[in-house]
Design a protein around this ligand. Structure first.
Ligand SMILES: NC(=O)c1ccc[n+]([C@@H]2O[C@H](COP(=O)([O-])OP(=O)(O)OC[C@H]3O[C@@H](n4cnc5c(N)ncnc54)[C@H](OP(=O)(O)O)[C@@H]3O)[C@@H](O)[C@H]2O)c1
Length: 234
């Protein structure tokens, strides 16, 4: 049975990947910075849980020690958004955003490299904003763009393990529920900015992640799952 570690796996897209992987017969390990949340998600799907905080390398090293009998796949969805106008840029939050998306997964690669089985894959998460600059999106845009570069360089480092990214458009993953009533407007606006006339659903992204796990001739790529949004300026 192939083992998959899903970091950020306690909720939203990470939990959806963990759920699908469990359904598809993988040995799933849910990783999250809140161990109780990871355990709650893991319990519901017959998985195990491990604490991983992408901002804290010692937790990454400890998780690798715990899983030292081997891992096939790693999916990392971590994100620490800092979507502010340029004058409000905060150095610590800026670095935290880079750590969640880019530096943290690089340290995951460092600690898990000896454990990854050669037919395995690592999937990182970018996002459409990386290709659609706009005021207030500086940090999200640059960190998402950095993921696109990180996967090709990590693919070289971890070869033959494949390293790729998924770059979603706006997806109703649960993450936008915090907007309350404004969520509907956001989803409608994002749908208008695609070629396919709709916002993304969780399964759109999970399907792409699961395909990448088995796509043995794909490495160093970013797969855009956003209905053409980066080309459409509607
Ligand atoms: N949903 C969208 O519309 C959309 C669009 C473009 C790109 N994306 C990208 O897709 C990915 C997943 O997004 P989402 O929709 O599932 O919602 P999200 O709220 O962006 O999810 C972020 C995930 O990262 C985890 N996380 C944050 N800091 C962490 C840390 N220090 N250590 C470990 N985990 C950490 C969160 O766990 P906690 O429960 O601990 O907070 C959560 O599981 C993100 O990278 C996001 O940028 C999403």
């Amino acid at each position: 049975m192939e083992r998959i570690l899903v970091i950020g796996g306690a909720r939203a897209l990470g939990a959806a990947v963990a759920r699908r992987a469990a359904k598809d017969g993988y040995d799933v390990v849910v990783g999250a910075r809140d161990l109780a949340a990871a355990e709650a998600t893991a319990r519901g799907i017959g998985a195990t849980a491990v604490r991983i905080d992408l901002q804290d390398e010692s937790t990454i090293a400890a998780a690798a020690e715990r899983l030292k009998d081997g891992v096939d796949h790693i999916v990392t969805t971590g994100s620490a958004p800092h979507d502010v106008p340029l004058p409000e840029l905060d150095r610590d939050e800026l670095l935290a955003a880079f750590t969640a998306k880019v530096a943290g997964p690089m340290l995951v690669a460092k600690h898990f490299a000896p454990l990854l089985r050669p037919t395995g894959a690592m999937v990182m998460f970018s996002g459409v904003v990386g290709w659609r600059p706009g005021p207030g999106s500086l940090v999200k845009g640059v960190t998402n763009g950095a993921v696109d570069y990180a996967v090709r360089h990590l693919a070289a480092e971890l070869a033959p393990v494949r390293v790729n990214a998924v770059s979603p458009g706006v997806v109703d993953s649960g993450a936008w529920d915090r907007l309350g009533d404004r969520k509907t407007a956001l989803l409608r606006k994002s749908a208008a900015g695609t070629f396919v006339g709709r916002h993304g659903e969780t399964d759109d992204v999970v399907d792409a992640v699961m395909w990448l796990l088995g796509a043995g001739f794909v490495s160093g790529e970013t797969i855009h799952v956003e209905g053409g949004a980066r080309h459409s300026y509607a």
